[in-house]
Design a binder for this molecule. Structure first.
Ligand SMILES: Nc1ncnc2c1ncn2[C@@H]1O[C@H](COP(=O)(O)OP(=O)(O)OP(=O)(O)O)[C@@H](O)[C@H]1O
Ligand SMILES: [Mg+2]
Length: 255
């Protein structure tokens, strides 16, 4: 499904950020990426969806038996591959003045012609699917509310409905729950997890305990390298490898 091969990326000042990162992800996996703030997790997700070009290495998507190198594509070709990659980024991506339903529908804009999307000419079938996606995350009743009137938890559920509507092969989620209270965090993760029946999910998280609870695999990054890749249960020793000396499970679970 996704192959990240020997990715490296330097910062504009020449400092190496990512050094030789490799991993493969298959449909059905829910991968949690852990690492200290500033280690390069967001940059890694941006390399995966082609928003940032790595200096070396390859990112290969193979969602439908037709492998494509994302790092070599640009323009129209890149946009075409990106339609198969859903994104849930913390709080940023909804259009506030549009309704919830319009936000879900326009998440699929990449797959329409520009002219059609300009006039928001959605078919009855598309509207029905979008409403079904909202129903799946329990906010069908909010379909006609303006996005700016929703709570943080509701906004994240709209973002998930949009990803369901887009039906991607791969879903990237950058800190999808970091601003949510425990109840909404659980709800959002409960909606995300079953999506792995149809796709692979890679999420960035800051709470190892949550990752152990919901993910099928953890990738830990430190000093630009993968220092842990395996089961979603971490010992104090594993946490130390990812976050440095002195961190214990108890400490990292609460922040
Ligand atoms: N376009 C850029 N120009 C200069 N520096 C950048 C750029 N993008 C990222 N960085 C730097 O690269 C480092 C890694 O950034 P990144 O956003 O990937 O961190 P992160 O692991 O996602 O951290 P956090 O957990 O805080 O979100 C940071 O020090 C950041 O300032
Ligand atoms: Mg980040």
């Amino acid at each position: 499904m996704l192959s990240v091969r020997n990715i490296s990326k330097k910062l504009p000042d020449g400092r190496p950020l990512l050094r030789d990162i490799s991993f493969d992800v298959q449909k059905g996996e829910f991968v949690g990426i852990l690492g200290e703030s500033g280690v390069g997790k967001t940059v890694l997700l941006r390399c995966i969806n082609g928003l940032t070009k790595p200096d070396h290495g390859e990112v290969i998507m193979n969602g439908d038996g037709n492998p494509e190198k994302i790092n070599e594509k640009r323009g129209k070709e890149l946009r075409k591959i990106r339609r198969k990659i859903g994104m849930i980024f913390q709080g940023s991506i909804l259009v506030k003045r549009l309704s919830v339903l319009e936000n879900v529908l326009t998440g699929g804009l990449g797959r329409m012609s520009t002219v059609r999307s300009l006039f928001y000419g959605f078919t009855d079938g598309e509207v029905k699917r979008a409403l079904e996606a909202l129903n799946q995350v329990g906010i069908r009743s909010l379909a006609h509310r303006r996005a700016e009137t929703l709570s943080g938890g509701e906004l994240q559920r709209v973002a998930i409905a949009r990803a369901i509507f887009q039906n991607p092969h791969l879903l990237l989620a950058d800190e999808p729950v970091s601003n949510l209270d425990p109840k909404n965090t659980e709800m959002v993760l409960d909606f995300l997890k079953p999506l792995t029946e149809q796709m692979a999910i890679i999420g960035v998280f800051h709470v190892p305990k949550l990752v152990s609870q919901y993910c099928t695999r953890i990738i830990g990054i430190r000093d630009g390298r993968v220092v842990y890749d395996g089961a979603p249960t971490l010992s104090d020793h594993d946490l130390e490898r990812i976050y440095g000396a002195g961190k214990t499970v108890a400490e990292t679970s609460i922040n």
